[in-house]
Design a protein around this ligand. Sequence first.
Ligand code: ZN
Length: 126
Amino acid sequence: MAEKHRCSATVYGQGVIGGYLCSREGTVQADGKWWCHQHSPAAKATREAKWEASFDARRAERERQDRISDAERDYRDAAVAWAEHRLTDGALCADAKPWWDKDRALLNAFDASKAALDAAKKGGAQ
Ligand SMILES: [Zn+2]
């Protein structure tokens, strides 16, 4: 009959000062000690890797949402700038080339901001 070992992990819980030894049987031997399925270094590494992956995924999603918010603001600003140009500059100099140059530039900026917003929503690079 195989000799039984106890898990070497110290468990820290709420209200416990200094922690206590894990009560489970040690089934995995690593680093010269016995560990239960939960406390083996391999299990710990797997847990940490999973946690890091989920942390990275949540951070990436937050950053994507930030980029979308920024792009939406730029899109609104561009639309407002173009509308203001048409409403306020229009009556004064609608025949002049500078008016049309400005109009074209604002429209281009508006189109570019829309493309940037679409890209942000798709999760692409900025
Ligand atoms: Zn354990």
